[in-house]
Design a protein around this ligand. Structure first.
Ligand code: ADP
Length: 425
């Protein structure tokens, strides 16, 4: 018969073993969660050993009279050791890992979190994460709810590094903040941008010279070369357009905001309609509907370039006899500029990739119609700079609608502004 005190240890030991066995199943994150448990478990093991030590020869004999107790002890030690291993693996992960409680107070973090996020042990345990990240983009992101991953921001603990952060829910209202060092990707991206910008810039001058000489040549002087000359002119014009579009994209990529200028929609829409008609040369019916008086706050030049790309696409990808409708109307708590055509349409599988550089549904159709493959990429960048979205709806054989949706923050009540200006005259 074991001493009474031993029986009273069985229950906590069994519970601890079962609890920790459950924790062991959940790999790395489980290990972090079980961090506190490991400490408690280690204490149990020490206490049990002490107890054995103090309980005298009956418990210490080699042929133990309490095999169930010994088995539990061995299991507990093994699980504790595994949890310690997992915890130390989480501790050495190259990504920053911060375990937060339901009110975003820091419970645990690894070494990478010290380096990338500037957290200090033990000072920051139990403190509010947003307070520790103060004045950083991460703090703003956390304050806004951190619903989407945050890409490529300066690491709060290291001004020369960039991180991408994600906030994952787990357990009962707890959160796990993961931050990955993306500095090398940012550097590569910068190299790519500089390369494209430099190449485009270097190509611009020789192309202008070639184009200039080609313009000087008169096909009537050498009639047999007239078709060749026409083709050379068309190709040099196309190359010039590609270079200009690449330079526009490079400029847009390096900008992080646009000037907040008053973009008057009525004259802008009227000039887009004229452009569409000039490009169509009577092959399509072009309509314009300005259903809202709102103007936009942003860059007139960039918005004109984006809208113009959509209008030009509609004309180029709509067969003769088709309809093109340009609209500016209120939508989704803001307003949207849309271009609807009755053209070829786009199969659904291509839609998600249309804004990638040089992505074309049909290369020959794009080239034949004078496309560079960069138009929608430019549209996407311009809209990003205006916190607006591009929504594409299309059905092959029926047509497409490309809509630029602006939030209410970007809208100006044009009529009221004019009224106010009139009062000041
Ligand atoms: P491109 O200069 O080739 O037109 P864009 O980036 O403007 O390049 O468009 C990418 C591709 O998307 C086009 O090649 C075309 O296949 C498709 N596309 C764009 N607009 C339309 C449209 N209105 N109707 C059908 N296809 C379109």
């Amino acid at each position: 018969m074991p001493p009474r005190i031993l029986t009273s240890w069985r229950l906590p030991a069994t519970c601890a073993a079962l609890l920790i066995a459950g924790g062991a199943v959940g790999a790395l994150v489980g290990a972090m969660l079980a961090g506190v448990t490991v400490v408690a478990l280690a204490e149990i093991v020490v206490l049990l050993s002490l107890f054995r030590h103090k309980s005298g020869p009956m418990l210490q004999s080699s042929a133990s009279p309490h095999p169930e107790y010994d088995r539990l002890m061995t299991r507990t030690r093994r699980i504790a050791s595994r949890l310690r291993d997992l915890r130390s693996a989480a501790g050495t992960l190259p990504d920053a890992v911060v375990l937060l409680d339901h009110s975003q107070h820091v419970r645990w973090f690894n070494h990478a979190a010290e380096e990338l996020l500037g957290l200090k042990r033990p000072r920051d345990r139990g403190r509010l994460l947003a307070d520790l990240m103060r004045n950083s983009e991460l703090a703003e992101w956390l304050a806004e709810g951190a619903r989407e991953p945050l890409n490529d921001v300066t690491a709060p603990g290291h001004p020369n590094r960039h991180v991408t952060a994600t906030l994952l829910p787990f357990g009962s209202r707890q959160r796990l903040l993961l931050a990955r060092d993306t500095s090398h990707l940012t550097r590569l991206e910068q190299i790519r941008r500089d390369f494209v910008a430099n190449v485009s810039h270097e190509l611009r001058t020789p192309l202008t010279v070639i184009h200039g000489y080609l313009e000087l040549l008169d096909p009537e002087d050498v009639p047999e070369l007239a078709p060749v000359l026409d083709e050379m002119r068309a190709q040099s014009k196309r190359m010039g357009q590609i270079v200009e579009d690449l330079l526009t994209l490079s400029r847009l990529e390096t900008q992080d905001h646009v000037a907040d200028e008053h973009v008057q929609m009525a004259p802008l829409l009227a000039s887009l309609r004229k452009e569409a008609e000039a490009l169509s040369q009577g092959r399509h019916t072009v309509s314009l509907d300005m259903a809202t008086p709102f103007d936009v706050l942003g860059s007139p030049k960039d918005l004109h370039s984006a809208f113009s790309n959509l209008v030009s696409n509609a004309v180029r990808y709509t067969p003769t006899g088709g309809r093109i409708a340009i609209r500016w109307a209120e939508a989704e708590g803001g307003a949207k500029f849309s271009v609807q055509d009755s053209g070829f349409g786009i199969p659904a599988t291509h839609i998600a990739r249309l804004t990638e550089r040089f992505y074309r549904v049909s290369s020959s159709r794009s080239r034949d119609s004078g496309g560079t493959g960069l138009g929608l990429s430019i549209v996407k960048h311009v809209l990003n700079l205006h916190q607006a979205r591009l929504v594409i709806e299309s059905e092959p054989g029926k047509g497409s609608t490309f809509a630029c949706v602006f939030g209410s923050d970007r809208l100006l009540d044009g009529a009221r502004l004019q009224e106010a200006a009139g009062l000041h005259l």
